[in-house]
Design a protein around this ligand. Structure first.
Ligand code: ATP
Ligand code: MG
Length: 180
């Protein structure tokens, strides 16, 4: 499984539809200060279900929508779609390619999709559980996160190992079953 592409429209500084293709060998995104590098990773976390505006460097969730510039009017909605190669079936669904998308309108209305089918945020969270991919998973190590991991309580650190071991899904299902 690997990240294939990211399609962005109206998200943060990306007013125009922007397609980023991560062909094998791409290891870095470079550019001048303020050119949108961090907005790319914000987009990745957002589409995977990030719910905290603060961690996306905004005050409210609507702040992720392009707010206009000297030459362009603000837009009414934004969408990010992330595509993974799933030929090895690491994501437990029967598609060679999996695209997860999220769209939000200024009204606050939010939509999630897996391969163009509308779904719940929960379906997305479950899809990536135990894969190491996700807004909090170890495939995304943000600034300061290493220190945080090292200094955190051992029970909290354990979650990282459980994700790598692939047992988060079972623990979550057990918790759900116990609630019923
Ligand atoms: P650095 O090298 O300094 O880390 P960077 O390439 O990571 O820079 P970003 O933080 O991704 O840059 O981009 C910052 C730019 O995105 C700023 O110019 C900011 O105005 C713009 N931006 C953020 N949110 C929005 C929005 N909702 N609408 C329009 N522009 C936005
Ligand atoms: Mg940055």
């Amino acid at each position: 499984m690997h990240l294939k592409r990211l399609d962005i429209v109206g998200f943060k500084s990306f007013a125009n539809r922007t397609e980023l293709e991560f062909v094998p060998g791409v290891t870095a995104v470079v550019g001048p200060n303020g050119s949108g590098k961090s907005n790319v990773t914000d987009g990745m976390r957002w589409v995977l279900g990030e719910q905290s505006a603060k961690s996306l460097r905004g005050a409210s969730m609507q702040d992720v929508i392009f707010s206009g510039s000297d030459s362009r009017k603000p837009v009414g909605y934004c969408e990010v779609a992330i595509t993974f190669d799933n030929n090895d079936q690491r994501l437990g669904i029967d598609y060679a390619e999996v695209t997860v998308a999220r769209r939000v309108y200024r009204s606050g209305e939010s939509e999630y999709y897996i391969n163009k089918q509308a779904c719940r945020l929960r379906d997305i969270t479950e899809l990536f559980m135990d894969t190491g991919i996700g807004k909090e998973a170890y495939s995304m190590i943000g600034q300061g996160r290493i220190d945080e991991i090292l200094s955190t309580k051992s029970e909290d650190r354990r979650v990282i190992f459980e994700e790598a071991a692939g047992i988060v899904k079972y623990k979550s299902r057990k918790r759900e079953a116990e609630k019923k």
